[in-house]
Design a protein around this ligand. Structure first.
Ligand SMILES: NC(=O)c1ccc[n+]([C@@H]2O[C@H](COP(=O)([O-])OP(=O)(O)OC[C@H]3O[C@@H](n4cnc5c(N)ncnc54)[C@H](O)[C@@H]3O)[C@@H](O)[C@H]2O)c1
Length: 337
């Protein structure tokens, strides 16, 4: 049994990860600031569910409040830290860039400082497929250069990767950064497209479809994603003796116990096919409002997740029809529609 401290346990992915780690028999300590970026009630409901397990405890606090975070960390003495709390969302970063700088840069630095002081076995932190930015070579592999962020959200996550690498190098702290691709599923985020589509379809409102539907995403079902994270917890990177020890296709740093890992479904799905899967699950056709591309958005994402498979033996594999059906069933149940 490990003690795992997860930041962002009231969030979508943190909630699911905490559930999986508790099921695996670990003790989970959560930290979340309950930011009002979206419905706080949904976050509270997630925490209420986790609190039914005696091996879960949590504290509410802001990542920027170093003393609050530090007190919890020193008290919990985690073996592993999974840092998921962030100001997420591509589009909101055009409106409120400061929230991203505060939470994702200062907040992540505070988490890293605690990890360094504790000398944890493994620090795992969330990055995003958005760091691939304007890259056109697909599927995206971790070894591709990713130096063309299109939004401040992507830029802060790319900075987190660089910050993580420096601490891994300086303090011999094993750090894994995951790059997630559009995650969806029960308890999902109301600001994300799967949620907005489902809401519009079930309530009979128009749904906005950007770039006139000519978009592709590597939709990843949340239970697959957290299973991948759960397995990666036990695979801390080890600093290689020489650069020749790094296998072809591995993103392991030549100078630090540091690795970047994509977690995606490895499928490039047409947005219109995803909408159709929701329509079929809901039994209702969408009223479609085709729109132009939004600033900062990219037309396609697609993961090469072979490194995850090589490290853990696991590949996410829920197809969009099954995933959409489970999401719509949850949505109907939760929102009583
Ligand atoms: N969901 C996706 O498709 C996706 C894709 C790529 C990357 N990610 C990354 O995965 C991680 C988890 O995303 P999610 O979808 O669960 O998002 P989420 O918004 O549901 O969860 C993030 C949690 O962090 C908390 N938080 C925000 N600012 C905070 C602060 N200053 N102090 C303390 N807590 C704070 C929020 O209250 C929230 O509960 C994030 O780092 C996100 O950038 C998500």
């Amino acid at each position: 049994m490990k003690t795992v401290l997860i930041t962002g346990t009231a969030g979508f992915i943190g909630f699911h990860l905490a559930k999986v780690l508790l099921d695996m028999g670990h003790r989970v300590v959560g930290f979340d600031g309950m930011s009002d970026y979206y419905d706080v009630d949904l976050k509270k409901r997630r925490h209420q569910i986790l609190l039914q397990n005696a091996n879960f405890s949590c504290v509410e606090g802001q990542l920027e409040d170093f003393d609050a975070l530090h007190d919890l960390m020193m008290d919990a003495k985690p073996d592993v830290i999974v840092h998921l709390a962030a100001q997420a969302g591509v589009r909101y970063s055009l409106e409120n860039p400061r929230a991203y700088v505060n939470t994702n840069l200062i907040g992540t630095f505070n988490v890293m400082e605690c990890a360094r002081e504790l000398g944890v076995d493994h620090l795992l932190m969330a990055s995003t497929s958005s760091v691939y930015g304007a890259n056109t070579q697909m599927p995206y592999a971790e070894t591709h250069k990713a130096d063309l962020p299109m939004t401040i959200y992507a830029a802060t996550k790319k900075a987190n990767e660089a910050m993580g690498h420096s601490y891994a190098h300086l303090h011999n702290l094993p750090v894994t950064m995951f790059r997630f691709f559009t995650v969806y599923g029960p308890w999902g985020r109301p600001d994300m497209a799967p949620h907005k589509f489902t809401k519009g379809i079930l309530e009979g409102h128009e749904i906005d479809i950007y770039n006139h539907g000519d978009m592709y995403r590597d939709f990843t079902y949340v239970e697959d994603l957290v299973r991948g994270i759960g397995l990666l917890v036990d695979v801390p990177p080890v600093r290689p003796e020489t650069a020749e020890d790094i296998e072809e296709g591995d993103s392991l740093s030549p100078v630090a116990p540091f690795r970047v890992v994509n977690i995606g479904n490895s499928e490039k799905v047409r947005l219109l096919d995803f909408i159709e899967a929701i329509e079929d699950a809901a039994g209702v056709k969408a009223k479609r409002n085709y729109m132009d591309m939004q600033p900062g958005d990219v037309p396609a994402t697609w993961a090469d997740a072979s490194l995850l498979k090589r490290l853990t033996g696991y590949s996410p594999n829920t197809n969009i029809r099954d995933g959409a059906a489970k999401f719509v069933a949850w949505y109907r149940d939760y929102y009583l529609i």
